[in-house]
Design a binder for this molecule. Structure first.
Ligand SMILES: [Zn+2]
Length: 495
């Protein structure tokens, strides 16, 4: 009986804290950040900055410690908008087959992470699939101009970049109409991916019809190289590619992440951190072509992103409020992270994981939340359960809280590979075990109708309480979460 009373006393502060996560708060906060006045929180935009300021004010009010730059709650990464100068960009091949390629007719830049300049190097023809085992030493490809088949995925593209060539020519096989669209798209002002370093290689696509005769004169057959089944590098001795690549910055800008810290109560464990994360950006306002697939409907062109990811954003703030009010505080420290640029390509989380507020090895888990305000009332999908013991911990915490009527279930869309597709992946690739909470998509996904009135705030409050209880459990556990060794090998060591 006494033990029971002590247990009750020990649990009471946690339960009281959980009660502060309420449907009313969730509805009110989503109403603020997904309001039409926030214009869809595009990255970058003044409205995204307004939302970041709002979240930072809330963290300050809660007495949390700033985890951003210069004692602030904000961490900023720069984003430039650049534009290819098509009319002064030219490519020449010398030595054995002199030819000039002009922009648009023969080639396009497929990438904008380079500076204006003249680039030159010896040509090497890569035959076969880029994912294959390379016969020979990849060190011989450094500084060269590679001609290669198009990469089939991001991994193959990154593999080519890692060889450190001076330039990469992918063979363009698109039909005329698609090629014309590619040319048009490549010459519009575009944001530069802030996670890539600016510099060689310059990456271009040369049309197969332009490239074929040149390679013929160099004694090669393009279609043989394209259809080869093994990856092989053939130096085209004496032949060089010279490139006049011209690009200009049309706008210099930056975007924020919001970072706050609740210090742990245990003198040793407080040097370890549990992260709660969600992306505060969305796709902005529907343009003539739509933004992120979002189309205007009648007079409404604002893609509110109430569920995606207004719901996760306010869940992190609500969980912060609950944890900040706890006495005693959890043993480990907690980081509340609201990133931006997710919709553009996980930019903010990539930046944070490369420039973390604390050593990345001291982060014991990332609980990432994206779209938890719609669909079924009684279950929540947790992606990544099979990769670490966080899955078992979540099952145990879920079972200990039947009053939530919110059962955590396994990934029901394994073919979608969601594990690799949102912000948590940037933690996983750095060796941090993760869980990703996600209620699935719906007809309003990336549409102007993903609006605050559609949010099931009552359901979301129960999901957020479950994630809160899970975070407290992880923060107070004697041991930090552990990877499943096979998953670690595949997801972390493979990087
Ligand atoms: Zn999202």
């Amino acid at each position: 009986m006494l033990a029971f009373l002590l247990l009750l006393q020990a649990q009471a502060p946690v339960q009281r804290a959980a009660q502060t996560i309420s449907s009313e708060d969730i509805r009110r906060r989503i109403g603020i950040i997904a309001d039409d006045s926030m214009r869809g929180r595009d990255t970058p935009s003044p409205e995204l900055d307004k939302v970041a300021q709002y979240i930072a004010r809330e963290y300050r009010r809660l007495g949390l410690k700033p985890g951003g730059e210069n004692g602030s709650f904000l961490q900023r990464y720069s984003i430039d908008r650049v534009q290819v100068v098509a009319e002064s960009s030219v490519a020449f091949i010398h030595g054995g087959a002199d030819v000039t390629f002009s922009y648009g007719t023969d080639f396009v830049f497929v990438d904008n992470s380079f500076d204006s300049g003249d680039y030159a190097g010896d040509l090497v023809l890569l035959s076969g699939p880029l994912g294959g085992t390379l016969a020979g030493d990849s060190a011989s490809l450094a500084g060269k101009m590679l001609i290669a088949n198009r990469p089939r995925n991001r991994g193959e593209f990154q593999r080519v970049l890692a060889w450190k060539p001076q330039g990469v020519v992918f063979v363009g096989t698109a039909p005329d109409s698609v090629w014309r669209r590619n040319v048009e798209r490549s010459t519009r002002p575009q944001l530069r991916d802030p996670s890539r370093s600016v510099g060689p290689p310059v990456v271009l696509a040369v049309r197969a019809v332009s490239l074929q005769p040149v390679l013929g004169r160099l004694g090669q057959d393009l279609s043989v190289a394209q259809n080869a089944t093994t990856l092989e590098a053939k130096p085209l001795t004496g032949a060089q590619l010279h490139l006049h690549a011209r690009i200009q910055a049309v706008e210099r800008n930056s975007a924020p992440n919001v970072v706050s810290i609740l210090e742990g109560s245990d003198p040793t464990l407080k040097n370890e951190y549990v992260v709660f994360s969600a992306h505060m950006d969305h796709v902005g306002v529907a343009g003539p072509r739509g933004s992120g697939g979002c189309r205007a409907k009648g007079a409404d062109s604002i893609c509110n992103g109430a569920d995606d990811d207004g719901s996760g954003t306010v869940a992190v703030v609500e969980i912060a409020e609950a944890l900040a009010g706890m006495n005693p505080r959890p043993k480990r420290s907690i980081i509340f992270l609201n990133v931006s640029g997710e919709e553009k390509g996980l930019w903010g989380s990539e930046y944070f994981s490369d420039h973390p507020a604390v050593p990345i090895s001291s982060i014991v888990a990332d609980l990432n939340i994206d779209m938890i305000g719609r669909n079924w009332k009684d279950t929540i999908v947790a992606i990544g359960k099979e990769h670490s013991d966080l899955g078992a911990t979540l099952n145990r915490v879920g079972a200990a809280h039947p009053e939530l009527n919110m059962r955590p279930i396994d990934d029901i869309w394994p073919d979608e590979n969601f594990y690799f597709r949102s912000d948590h992946y940037n933690f996983a690739r750095k060796g941090v075990p993760i869980l990703f909470f996600f209620s699935g998509t719906h007809a309003d996904y990336h549409q102007v109708s993903d609006s605050p009135d559609k949010i099931d705030a009552e359901k979301e409050s129960r999901v957020a309480r479950l994630i809160f209880y899970l975070g407290v459990d992880i923060a107070n556990a004697a041991e930090r979460p552990k990877w499943n060794p096979d998953s670690y090998k595949r997801i972390v060591s493979g990087n």
